[in-house]
Design a protein around this ligand. Structure first.
Ligand code: AMP
Length: 269
């Protein structure tokens, strides 16, 4: 595994690779990231993983500062996975002239997380676009855990890059059902148990909700019994359009965002 900080050096190493896989991450590598990386290794000649905590996409400075940073551990996991390149760019290399706040992206950005995190998805797409230009991969891997992000990026990439395929990867969960996330490191034991109970409530309620045997208010009441700080949203939507379901052939998921203490968790089930 080569560790590279300089974009020109990275470019010179990968420029002739016609089947390159790319997995962008913000580090604190866990089983969720690892499933994306394994998929890339199985589908591509070489795999580039990036670790870059993208400041512009954080709505709160404090959130950015407390984001887990465990680079040594990450490097040892990635070495074991046998990726080819770990790209660790500096902010200056990614944003020589600052971020592009005017980037045009799908209107999905106004829904769900986007309503509560203005500009967040624009910043995500901006940074992904910059990485694509540097790396020029054949395939880029994203997790369904962040379904809204996946849909917005797929739309952007499909419109702009003809030869690049966005590969969606299933959500990886802990044994207790909670979707694995770098932010889970910030949860107390008690909060982890609550997150697991909330997952079970949603999983058991999913089909009753879709068939309108119960409604969202009922689920919200159940979740609020745990005295959680805030439910930001909870909605049943068609994953392809991020709108309320109309026809039974559509694929529905329950989308949720909530706070346990100061930690914001999202999931779709
Ligand atoms: P992050 O480091 O949180 O920006 O995540 C990097 C990539 O890993 C994104 O495409 C995420 O959707 C994906 N990812 C994060 N957690 C999971 C998970 N539990 N299962 C599958 N993919 C995940």
């Amino acid at each position: 595994m080569k560790i590279i900080k300089d974009k020109n050096k990275l470019r010179s190493l990968i420029q002739n690779d016609k089947n390159l896989g790319f997995v962008p991450t913000m580090g604190a590598i866990h089983n969720g990231h690892m499933s994306l990386i394994r998929k890339s290794i199985s589908q591509c000649n070489n795999t580039v993983v990036s670790i870059f905590i993208n400041k512009p996409q954080f709505n709160k400075k404090s959130d950015f500062h407390k984001y887990p940073r465990v680079l040594k551990k990450d490097i040892s996991i990635l070495k074991k996975l046998k990726i080819d390149y770990l790209y660790l760019p500096t902010t200056k290399q990614i944003y020589p002239d600052g971020p592009n706040k005017k980037i045009k992206i799908n209107r999905f950005e106004k829904k769900l997380c986007g309503k509560h995190r203005p500009g967040h998805f624009k910043s995500v797409v901006d940074v992904v676009d910059r990485f694509i230009k540097i790396i020029n991969p054949k395939r880029i891997y994203f997790g369904e855990k962040d379904m809204q992000q996946l849909k917005i990026i797929s739309d952007y990439v499909n419109n702009k890059y003809r030869n690049l395929k966005v590969v969606p990867c299933k959500t990886v969960r802990s044994k207790n059902g909670v979707a694995i996330s770098s932010r889970n490191l910030l949860l107390s034991k008690k909060e982890t148990i609550i997150a697991s109970r909330i997952y079970n409530i949603l999983k058991n309620a999913k089909y009753k909700l879709i068939n309108k045997k119960i409604n969202i208010n009922y689920i919200e009441k159940q979740i609020n019994k745990f005295n959680i700080k805030k439910i930001e949203y909870i909605k049943v939507l068609d994953i392809n359009k991020l709108i309320k379901p109309h026809y039974s052939k559509n694929k529905y998921r329950i989308f949720i965002s909530y706070y346990l203490g100061k930690t914001r968790l999202i999931d779709n089930i």
